[in-house]
Design a protein around this ligand. Sequence first.
Ligand code: SAM
Length: 237
Amino acid sequence: MRDQIFTEANDLVDFTFDKSVANVFDDMVRRSVPGYQSMIEMVGLMVKIYGQDNTNYYDLGASTGAISLALSLNNNHDNNRIIAVDNSIEMVKKCKNNLAGKVPNLKIVCGDINDISFENSSVIVLNLTLQFIPVKQRQALINKIYQGLNPGGVLIVSEKIHFDDEQKQAEVTKLYLDFKRANGYSELEIAAKRQAIENVLITDNQHTHFDRFKIAGFSQSLCHFQCLNFASFLVLK
Ligand SMILES: C[S@@+](CC[C@H](N)C(=O)[O-])C[C@H]1O[C@@H](n2cnc3c(N)ncnc32)[C@H](O)[C@@H]1O
């Protein structure tokens, strides 16, 4: 279903992952996130390399289940369980519908990723989710993920990022707005979405991400993919 949520001027409310968003999410994310398909493909590539037999894979903020599906379709290890977590009941319903019969050994949990514990895991994915976690809680979440990963396990993170350099930020914003126009969003839709999401999606710069991974104890982290103001990080325990 096509995303037309912000086609009309509505009373300004903060963006939430409610039923109206869940219904159009697949269209919205593809038209709003440059490189989204590549982010997913990279997760598929990485599960082959870093997945371990007899371990759990976590998809945190799973939405409609695209990452869980990529983890499953590309998995070449034995006896893995995929645990998809989202705190939006509407997203969980969509995820269950989308993945029914497609992903063996799948557990879909409706819950807050800050409240669950991670066990015996080799791959944990935060695809466009950390940016919605309150900034003050982010370090604790990354620390907990580190604790829940087995040695040799990886965290894969994709995020919208910002640049401290004003000129870089201005250039990338110009390009990003044009990306959205090229994908059929009107000026009104772009402006309304921006207002609705600005208190909800809080970006970090790359430096903050790398520092956070290091503080948690990860041995290595790198930006393996970037498209405009969206970046993906591979973080190794
Ligand atoms: C942009 S979407 C993630 C997209 C998805 N990972 C993908 O690749 O298609 C962010 C998701 O995170 C979920 N979310 C936000 N905060 C959360 C939390 N504290 N616990 C669990 N899920 C959360 C939202 O409900 C939403 O479905």
